[in-house]
Design a protein around this ligand. Structure first.
Ligand code: 5AD
Ligand code: FES
Length: 360
């Protein structure tokens, strides 16, 4: 079958099988194919979200982690990492500052740090929700039991981010130590869905050993899971890991995949990630132009940002980045989009009319 026919059928049905995804990715440098997919992604993005870009205030509250993922700079065996933990008060203070800057979603992200008991997480979530009932609270604190997820949810947490990292069993094994498993990771995502969270999955583009078939598998997994959010960004080597000498993931491939994901799940919340902005100075703008509709600037105290060191050369970690809100606003405006002070929930109905469809 012709690649363009496959692309048109993808647009028609919002899904493909594994081999077809692989074929699509293989042919991503074909200009006509690229514009079919990108134009449709942008059209769908505009249909659901217009020119709005949602922001999430990211609070990286601990870089202590009990896991040892081989690619990650804050893995437990990296003895060079300068570790920190924020207090409950410091976290709340960040939200206060973020609220005043216009943020209406707070993302609490951290390593898997047992210091923060379920009780503490519940207390933090409750105090944020009590202070800012109109804001969304997103947790991104790794794999936990069903019971823990349930407690956080009952405390008021709205969303949860847990990238699956790779949906291929063998590839997963090469990126993670023995004690971690893809099946548990997937189970966590299904548990979170069942508990009524808005759920975010995702993967790194160009992680060591990743093949086109692996990415096709990631797309199939997303198609099956139907997450509310998908976080993808290029892999970037960290100098203190075994992958120090690997190369970074490809910007063009990341952009193509953002468009593919937008076509697959038209109303998905799709961030233009910090990693994308790190491998290319205008990566985040390019991400928005490929179909992304979310940016997640850092709200953590500037001192901590350098220490939340997942990969080398991470942007927004210097003194000049004390206020990412203004910087991002200018960047987003320059490409004809605008940042809005909204919670930014998933939009289930588009405004388009059927006859406006470019391809039928
Ligand atoms: N390069 C790019 N992304 C990374 N992450 C972790 N380490 C790296 C790296 N070296 C991503 C993972 C994780 C998210 C918080 O950051 O996908 O889920
Ligand atoms: Fe952080 Fe520009 S967004 S410095």
């Amino acid at each position: 079958m012709n690649i363009y026919d496959i692309a048109y059928r993808f647009i028609e049905e919002n899904k493909l099988d594994r081999d077809e995804y692989a074929f699509l990715i293989d042919r991503r440098n074909d200009e006509k194919l690229k514009s079919i997919i990108t134009d449709e992604a942008v059209r769908r993005r505009k249909m659901y979200y217009g020119d709005k870009v949602f922001t999430r205030g990211l609070i990286e509250f601990t870089n202590i982690c009990k896991n040892d993922c081989y690619y990650c700079g804050i893995r437990r065996s990296n003895s060079n990492a300068d570790r920190y933990r924020m207090t409950e008060e410091e976290i709340i203070k960040c939200c206060e500052n973020g609220y005043n800057l216009g943020f209406r979603t707070f993302v609490l992200q951290g390593g898997e740090d047992p210091f923060y008991t379920d009780e503490m997480i519940v207390r933090i979530v409750k105090s944020i929700k009590a202070e800012y009932p109109q804001c969304a609270v997103t947790l991104s604190i790794g794999e936990k039991s069903y019971e823990s997820y349930k407690l956080y949810r009952e405390a008021g947490a709205d969303r949860y981010l847990l990238r699956h990292e790779t949906a291929d069993e063998a590839h997963y094994r090469t990126l993670h130590p023995e004690e971690m498993s893809l099946s548990n990771r997937k189970q966590c995502l299904y548990n979170l869905k069942e508990l009524g969270y808005q759920v975010g999955a995702g993967f790194m583009v160009g992680s060591p050993g990743q093949t086109v078939e692996n990415i096709a598998e990631d797309l199939c997994f997303l198609q099956e899971l139907q997450p509310d959010m998908v976080g993808i960004g290029p892999f970037i080597p960290h100098s203190d890991t075994i992958f120090a000498n690997e190369k970074s993931g490809d910007v063009e491939l990341t952009l193509f995949l953002l468009s593919v994901i937008r076509v697959m799940i038209p109303d998905v919340l799709l961030p233009a990630t910090t990693a994308l902005g790190t491998v290319d100075p205008s990566g985040r703008e390019k991400g928005i132009l490929a179909g992304a509709n979310v940016v997640m600037p850092n709200l953590s105290p500037v001192d901590n940002r350098k220490k939340y060191d997942l990969y080398d050369n991470k942007i927004c970690t210097g003194e000049e980045a004390a206020e990412c809100r203004g910087c991002l606003e200018r960047r987003i405006n320059s490409i004809g989009y605008r940042i809005v002070a909204e919670r930014g929930d998933r939009q289930h109905t588009g405004t388009h009319k059927e006859e406006e469809r470019i391809i039928t």
